[in-house]
Design a protein around this ligand. Structure first.
Ligand SMILES: [Zn+2]
Length: 359
């Protein structure tokens, strides 16, 4: 049942409607931050299609088919060779592929194509999941194109990514894109307490650290997060104050210091959630929707008088820079330029290339 999954009610409604009208696309791209449940949703679709005791269009969650679908037979070790093929669940019609190292391989895409061309062995449909689809390179993406274009009616392929911009346009255009939102801190907090995953006090802190992701809520190092967010709050403060170039260049430099090298992308993520929060506040949203609500007073102050088109532009600029990072631009000057362009950006001066719709 979709209701047993956390958050993303809009996606639940959409998927239910697709199942009800038997119009579930053969190729879907689930896009959204890590840890918001994209894979669980994909598996839930597989269960809904193959459940032996369906409740309307949804899975019962208890029959053998439902139970076996959630048992993924991941290889036990790190040996890349073990990860090169299809990883099956205990259900013979549901499988997934994971990049053995940094890229998804051509042979993995061929395995999906071959398996998708078979009729279901046991259930009504076959479902194949590509984890971290942003790890497709040009060859493996090309190997996947044909099956994405025209999957047999009984096969569904679901690509998962937290970096949709990294996918080739040819891949994106063949998939129905379904966007997952970060979860609200209040939802995560409730979930942690209800499922006894943390004490009440710890759940509160962990929900704030999560930045909309349940897996982060469970795994994040709390002290490290506080430090990262403080640094990014300073960047956002400088941005909202106008052109505080000195502070911004200092922040850019800090972001590039060797000790933070591995955290560079995480810090950009943190900055994006802060921008999103300020954006929502500038549009008059409820505090409930705010991810970083433990620093709400500071965020509110920044949102006062802020032209709400600016945060949209900032997020667009960060996303553009992420795309450039893929082709290995020099990070230091790129970060300086990013922060300064963000500071100078206003609706009239710099129309965003893409429109980012907030949900
Ligand atoms: Zn079932």
């Amino acid at each position: 049942m979709f209701d047993q999954l956390l958050g993303n009610d809009r996606v639940k409604k959409l998927l239910r409607r697709m199942l009800e009208s038997s119009r579930l696309p053969g190729a879907m791209l689930f896009s959204g931050e890590d840890g918001v449940g994209k894979k669980l949703f994909a598996l839930e679709i597989a269960r809904a299609l193959n459940c032996r005791n369906p409740q309307g269009v949804e899975a019962c969650g208890n029959c053998p088919a439902c139970k076996r679908t959630l048992k993924i037979n991941y290889p036990s070790g790190d040996d890349a060779d073990d990860w090169k093929g299809m990883i099956w669940t205990d259900h013979p019609d549901v499988g997934l592929v994971v990049a053995p190292k940094r890229v998804l391989l051509v042979e993995q895409m061929r395995a999906i194509e071959a398996a998708a061309n078979y009729r279901p062995f046991e259930g009504k449909a076959r479902v194949f999941i590509v984890e971290d689809a942003d790890k497709l390179n040009e060859s493996s993406a090309n190997a996947l194109l044909k099956i994405l274009e025209e999957p047999p009616p009984t096969s569904h392929i679901v690509l998962l990514t937290s970096r949709p911009a990294w996918l080739l346009p040819t891949i994106r255009s063949r998939c129905q894109i379904i966007r997952f939102s970060p979860m609200a801190a209040s939802e995560i907090e409730k979930y942690l307490i209800q499922n006894k995953l943390a004490s009440v006090a710890e759940a509160r802190v962990r929900a704030r650290v999560a930045r909309g992701s349940l897996s982060r809520a469970l795994n994040e190092d709390l002290d490290n997060f506080t430090e990262q967010r403080q640094a990014m709050l300073e960047v956002l403060e400088a941005l909202t104050r106008g052109e505080d170039r000195l502070q911004l260049l200092r922040s850019a430099e800090q972001l590039n210091e060797a000790q933070y090298k591995d955290e560079y992308e995480t810090r950009l993520d943190v900055l994006e959630t802060l921008i999103r929060d300020v954006w929502l506040l500038s549009l008059g949203a409820d505090a409930e929707k705010i991810v970083n609500d433990d620093v709400l007073p500071q965020l509110r102050k920044m949102a006062i008088g802020l032209d709400s088109t600016r945060p949209a532009i900032w997020i667009g600029l960060i996303e553009e820079m992420r795309e450039q990072l893929v082709v290995n631009i020099n990070r230091k000057p790129a970060t300086d330029a990013l922060f300064l362009t963000m500071a100078a950006a206003s609706a009239s001066a710099l129309p965003p290339k893409r429109r980012y719709i907030i949900k």
